[in-house]
Design a protein around this ligand. Structure first.
Ligand code: ADP
Length: 377
């Protein structure tokens, strides 16, 4: 470490040793020898301590080869007094300069640490700005790409529908089956693209909700109906139970999407001949409000007898694009966006969403919608 500053300059007695200490030194010598002394700076013009009575400065004091001061003193025992004073002064300066050097080195070390921290900070700030820029670019890319993909896909769906209806001439049963597959896959693709667009919208600003009074039980019943046949083909029965008043104030489209995500996952991650149960009932708003009679929300509870979720993945399933099995050979399709959207939509209503699950033991997802409108975000 290179040290600069006061250590490089001449040793200055006045800076190193406070005047009070010089006076004390002269007092002590006077008491011991009876001689009156004075201390002058190296120019012999400035008196640093002592009085005129000591006479002219004449006894130089050196420290590490440099002239430090010149002492004055006259009278019978002056020589002994001057030698004593010069030696004591040397000691004083030695201690003072050691103190000074330690302080300067400490200061210098602090200055270097501070400079390193400032540089570190600047680097972090540049990295954050770059990441924010990349994040913005990613969101723009997602929004633009999904929009551009959606437009031609709607045409594919439209033309396939027209062919299926026979508008381009008669078709055979086999052609009708093929068209049905094209339509179902295109619908699936459209759903995925729409999810990506919805997530991009989440990142671009606060959600706008179109609120109205809704019966959660009615929404759930109609969504269950759309999954019944698909689940039935795999021997999965969906049991629906609703209890009490289930009126909430919220955005119908978004609430329907929440119900649909939870139901579709329950069916998807449950083996054939498993069970899926859906309940709508008044209850607590969050899992921490233990008492069932603490009714502050309408709860939507979707439980299944499916594969469950390992404990260390539970917190991540609500993150965008996260899937417990993300391998290319995974058994279940999907984008990993359903729960991200469901969480955002539930929370925009002032509600909570959580899951109780264990591998091989099924999962129970609970989404709540607050009863009182002033609780909504
Ligand atoms: P997707 O279903 O499209 O993969 P989601 O965001 O809906 O995306 O879910 C994320 C992940 O959470 C799923 O891929 C799955 O690993 C896990 N998951 C969600 N619901 C269930 C469930 N009912 N049972 C087991 N795992 C589930």
């Amino acid at each position: 470490m290179s040290v600069s500053g006061p250590l490089d300059g001449p040793i200055e007695l006045a800076r190193l040793v406070p005047p009070g200490e010089l006076d004390e030194l002269l007092d002590a010598v006077r008491k011991a020898t009876g001689v009156e002394l004075a201390i002058y700076d190296p120019t012999r013009k400035v008196r640093l301590a002592g009085s005129d009575a000591a006479g002219a400065p004449r006894h130089p004091v050196e420290y590490q080869g440099e002239l430090l001061a010149v002492l004055a003193g006259s009278g019978e025992r002056a020589d002994a007094a001057l030698t004593l004073a010069a030696e004591t002064l040397g000691l004083l300066v030695h201690h003072a300069s050691a103190r000074d050097m330690a302080a300067t080195m400490h200061e210098e070390a602090m200055r270097l640490t501070f400079a390193e921290l400032t540089e570190h900070n600047a680097r972090l700030q540049r990295a954050v700005a770059r990441l924010e820029e990349l994040d913005r670019l990613k969101s723009n890319f997602l929004a633009t790409m999904s929009h551009e993909l959606r437009t031609p896909l709607t045409s594919v769906i439209g033309y396939a529908e027209m062919m299926a209806e026979g508008l381009a001439g008669p078709i055979t049963q086999e052609q009708r089956d093929y068209l049905a597959t094209i339509l179902s896959k295109a619908d699936q693709l459209l759903g995925m693209i729409t999810s990506v667009l919805d997530v991009a919208a989440l990142e671009s600003g606060p959600l706008a909700l179109e609120r109205s009074r809704l019966s959660l039980a009615d929404i759930v019943a109609s969504e269950v109906a759309t999954f019944t046949s698909q689940a039935g083909k795999r021997g999965i029965a969906i049991q629906l139970e609703s209890r009490g008043d289930t009126i909430v104030v919220g955005d119908k489209k978004k609430i329907r999407q929440v119900v649909s995500s939870l139901l579709s996952n329950a069916v998807k991650f449950t083996p054939d001949r498993g069970r899926v149960g859906v309940a709508v009932r008044p209850g607590p708003l969050s899992p921490h409000e233990g008492a069932a009679e603490d009714v502050r929300a309408i709860q939507l509870v979707v439980s299944d007898s499916g594969i469950g979720i390992p404990r260390d993945h539970v917190a991540k399933i609500f993150e965008p694009f996260f899937q417990v099995d993300s391998s290319s050979t995974r058994a279940f399709g999907g984008t990993g966006l359903g729960l991200t959207l469901a969480k955002a939509y539930v929370e925009a209503h002032g509600g909570r969403i959580w899951v109780d699950t264990a591998p091989g033991q099924g999962s129970t997802f609970v989404a709540t919608f607050p009863l009182r409108i002033e609780e909504t975000a």
